[in-house]
Ligand binder design. Structure first.
Ligand code: ADP
Ligand code: MG
Length: 138
């Protein structure tokens, strides 16, 4: 779908996350400024976590936010490679009472999760973004 302004992207993510029951993994791809962090803020809203806390930290690769379910937010933009992601312990997450959202998921060396939700965001002019959400078949 195409969103017109960040509020619409937040709303889509919020609706998606409202249905989460724990154990979901959201892999986000798309270039800088496409709206990945915005989408994760929407997930936080849908999980009852504080969306204002969600940001793009400069050095921290993984942050967790308490809510109805714990939202674990990884941003791999600065991933150095060489098993960094193993050190982060991403493959241990999200656990039954958590949700994991990974920005720059294309930088993962492999996919550790059976049925991730894949979200791709792309610029579509001005404040428009093309948002595609692909849920793996159960
Ligand atoms: P990323 O994490 O992919 O680098 P961000 O979510 O940090 O992207 O930034 C997206 C920027 O684009 C924000 O400043 C946001 O306000 C703006 N924006 C404009 N229109 C949209 C839209 N339709 N959806 C999401 N963000 C939008
Ligand atoms: Mg970001």
């Amino acid at each position: 779908m195409t969103t017109r302004g960040e509020e619409e992207t937040l709303a889509i993510a919020e609706v998606l996350a409202a249905a989460f029951r724990g154990g979901e993994v959201v892999l986000l791809t798309g270039e800088l400024g496409a709206g990945k962090t915005t989408f994760v803020r929407g997930l936080a809203q849908g999980l009852g976590a504080d969306p204002r806390e969600v940001s793009s930290p400069t050095f921290v690769l993984l942050t967790s936010y308490p809510g109805r379910l714990t939202l674990h937010h990884a941003d791999l933009y600065r991933l150095a490679g060489d098993g960094d992601e193993i050190e982060l312990g991403l493959e241990e997450l999200p656990g039954p009472r958590g949700v994991l959202a990974v920005e720059w998921a294309e930088r993962l060396e492999r996919s550790y999760w059976a049925r991730p939700v894949r979200v791709h965001l792309a610029h579509a002019g001005d404040d428009r973004r093309r948002v595609s959400i692909e849920e793996s078949a159960a």
